[in-house]
Design a protein around this ligand. Structure first.
Ligand code: NIG
Ligand code: FE
Length: 420
């Protein structure tokens, strides 16, 4: 049996709340400030599962260290592994040229309207074999793990046809089985409208709903469905139709909402009971209040706003209005070619004015809830998976303070050390 004790952690950051269901529900509003720190804490792990959590002296009086592998975390902080709950990690090709055009003043949407953007990545992704996509994805997953990410969400959406959508999802299934990191997959068939479908968006949605979606379901290739609800992409009505069909087929829902233009994607997410609405840079006051009431997680992707030179989503206002906020990287080849958790933390703290406690909640238990895994990951609690990270420094306050630097020293996935 694989047995491990982590002891003497200066800060053991459990991310457990006080309410009875906090181990399996996202935290809203002021609850996000409670990260449940145990000073001089210890965790006992057996066969990949957390079996005890508490003060080191109490734990060591009940469990004999001699029977365990021991990690001494003196002068270190110990946290749940981070969950990156919104990425597009499987794609072929790159769009560095578009980034340089944006630096010179072009906008993301103007490049898309000229036939660039997602269309370019679709072309490149269609050309890659399944094997190549798996190897490209593997490298990206390894980089994510270096930053302490132990679960990641990944989307299709660079195929926009049957074969390539399925190929992307298959690549994620293979990687989920082969790599220590867990992958939660999302079917994002309606990610963009190719030139041949301009003006025929409804026809394209019919194809996605009637042809591709049933195959994804049958082969159990995705748990979530998602759509890019945006001006000049898919309208609110089209998004409602697609997401309702997905819900009827048994998918949980996500939506790329109110990113560039305020269309009402946030309101739609609340109406349909989506698990999360993502981006939300332009979400209206009403949309935010609707999401708080409906329990939709606001998934904010500030590195995308940073890369696009857009205003950040109103994270502070959302938390102050009792929303549950999650933070994710949005790694993708276009709007945000970054999987950097340190950059995400820096921007969230310095620019969006979130506290480090709120940021940690947003990257752990709330992100776990955003991928429907809050019952098994996202906090250090008895019965949960031992997905745990150890920082090089004694306090969570070093995360924003050591600006943009990775201070994750050790990553433990399912009770096993994967990075030293
Ligand atoms: O989440 N906004 C739509 N989709 C992605 C960008 C995809 C791309 O540009 O390749 C996003 O930002
Ligand atoms: Fe995205």
């Amino acid at each position: 049996m694989n047995k491990l004790i982590i002891k003497n952690a200066t800060e053991l950051v459990t991310c457990k709340g006080n309410a009875p269901n906090h181990g399996s529900a996202p935290k809203k509003g002021t609850e996000m400030s409670d990260v449940g720190i145990i000073k001089n804490g210890a965790v006992v792990i057996e066969d990949g599962i957390i079996v005890a959590v508490g003060a080191t002296n109490e734990i060591l009086s009940k469990f004999d260290e001699k029977n365990y592998e021991v990690i001494d975390a003196a002068n270190k902080a110990v946290l749940p592994g981070f969950v990156d709950s919104h990425t597009h990690l499987i794609f072929g090709g790159y769009r560095a040229d578009e980034f340089s055009w944006r630096l010179r003043g072009d906008t993301y949407m103007s490049i898309m309207e000229r036939g660039g953007g997602i269309t370019n990545s679709v072309r490149a992704t269609r050309e890659e074999s399944l094997e190549n996509l798996v190897e490209i994805g593997r490298k990206r997953l390894h980089k994510m793990m270096q930053f302490g990410v132990t679960t990641v969400e990944g989307k299709s959406g660079y195929g926009l046809d049957m074969d390539t959508e399925i190929k992307q999802l298959e690549a994620m299934k293979i990687l989920d089985a082969e790599e220590p990191i867990d992958i939660v997959s999302t079917f994002l068939g309606p990610h963009s409208v190719l030139p041949e479908y301009k003006g025929k968006e409804d026809e394209f949605l019919d194809f996605m709903i009637n042809n591709v979606m049933p195959v994804v379901k049958e082969r159990n290739l995705a748990e979530f469905a998602d759509i890019f609800c945006e001006k000049n992409v898919f309208t609110v009505d089209q998004s409602r139709r697609f997401l309702k069909a997905a819900k009827d087929m048994g998918f949980k829902l996500k939506i790329h909402a109110d990113e560039i233009v305020q269309l009402g994607g946030a309101e739609l997410a609340a109406e349909l009971g989506a698990v999360s609405a993502d981006h939300l840079l332009q979400a209206s006051d009403k949309g935010i209040q609707d999401m708080a009431k409906a329990g939709v997680i606001c998934s904010l992707l500030p590195i995308t706003a940073f890369s696009l030179k857009e205003e950040y989503a109103r994270g502070r206002y959302m938390i102050d209005n009792n929303c549950a906020v999650a933070l994710a990287t949005d790694l993708n080849p276009g709007s945000c070619f970054s999987n950097s958790i340190p950059l995400l933390i820096a921007v969230s703290a310095i620019q969006m004015k979130l506290s480090i406690e709120e940021i940690i909640t947003a990257l752990t238990i709330n992100a776990a809830a955003a991928v429907n895994r809050a019952d098994s990951i996202g906090s250090i609690e008895v019965g949960k998976k031992a997905d745990i990270i150890i920082l090089e420094y004694p306090s969570i306050h070093f995360l924003p303070y050591h600006v943009g630097v990775n201070i994750v020293e050790t990553v433990i996935k399912n009770g096993k050390i994967v990075k030293l």
